[in-house]
Design a protein around this ligand. Structure first.
Ligand SMILES: [Zn+2]
Length: 71
């Protein structure tokens, strides 16, 4: 089980985290990126830097958050 805390997520846990509303909401509330803990973050809880290095599957999940659909 990957911890979700101030150290950020393991890269491999991102797709899982993007399906978890509580985790994404916490990242948004604290304005701290899921991966690198920097801000500001977008609707998916990711900063600009991390948003551009997503896999295709992760990008699809992010797009759902950006569209306001959620997990
Ligand atoms: Zn980041």
């Amino acid at each position: 089980m990957d911890r979700v805390n101030s150290e950020g997520l393991n890269r491999g846990a991102l797709a899982w985290a993007l399906t978890r509303r509580d985790i994404v909401m916490r990242a948004r509330r604290t304005n701290s990126c899921l991966l690198c803990c920097q801000g500001p973050v977008n609707e998916a809880g990711l900063c600009d830097v991390c948003s551009v290095m997503l896999s295709e599957a992760e990008q699809k999940l992010v797009e759902r958050w950006m569209a306001g659909v959620g997990p």
